[in-house]
Write a protein that binds this ligand. Structure first.
Ligand code: MD5
Ligand code: FE
Length: 207
């Protein structure tokens, strides 16, 4: 379903097996070389979400190869199978070939019952390419806004385990956030006993 031009929600897109495979991969990335942690913001705040990056490391508000703000190590390589999954996601959401879509970074976010993500724009990438969002575990209430302000108009959408969301075109720079996680709504057979995992695949435009 198209929430706005270029913003397409595909409920139940990932199979249970694909979700299990992603949970295993995320668990591995969370251990290192750069461990999953609560990102510290330059203003002194700490994000409630925990994040681990693959391909490029995001430190607010830029991408680097080395995690200077954590342990100085190089993050895990971006695997070819994840780029393939991203191309399939864009192709199926937009009903067009996406052979030219080459994501080079993934941000893996883990939300416990209390975690939230305030309204923000993702504008640290130097590419207009779409962002692919994959959700696993507990359902959340996601707020998709507009490109001008953090406020109205916005649309609240529930993102459940297995859902795909692709943000591209005019929606690429829309404000968005996660209002809350709905505890106990996930399927533990994904391998995630509690909480919500979100992967976003991005094109940094860096080299
Ligand atoms: C999440 N993550 O559920 C969300 C899903 C983040 C983040 O917001 O920055 O890690 S990704 C939502 C997204 C990405 C790029 C553009 C737009 C939404 N958008 O235009 O609305 O953890
Ligand atoms: Fe975002």
């Amino acid at each position: 379903r198209e929430i706005a031009p270029g913003a397409v929600h595909v409920p139940g897109w990932l199979s249970l097996d694909e979700q299990r495979r992603l949970v295993v991969a995320c668990r591995e990335w969370a251990r290192g070389p750069v461990p999953m942690r609560h990102t510290r913001l330059p203003g002194g705040g700490v994000m409630s979400v925990q994040t681990v990056c693959v391909g490029w490391h995001w430190q607010p508000y830029r991408y680097t190869r080395l995690a200077h703000d954590v342990n100085g190590r190089k993050v895990a390589d971006f695997p070819g199978w994840l780029a393939d999954l991203g191309r399939r996601a864009v192709a199926e959401a937009y009903h067009r070939p996406a052979d030219d879509y080459a994501p080079d970074t993934a941000l893996v976010n883990f939300y416990d019952d209390q975690a939230r993500m305030g309204m923000h724009q993702d504008k640290d990438e130097r590419s207009p390419a779409p962002v692919v969002s994959l959700s696993i575990g507990d359902t959340c209430v996601f707020r998709f806004g507009n490109t001008e302000t953090r406020g109205k108009p916005y649309t609240d959408v529930e993102l459940a385990s297995g859902d795909l969301f692709v943000f591209g075109g005019p929606s690429r720079l829309a404000y968005h956030g996660v209002l809350k996680v709905l505890p106990g709504t996930g399927d533990p057979t994904t391998g995630l006993a509690a909480g919500r995992l979100n992967l976003t695949l991005r094109v940094t435009g860096l080299r």
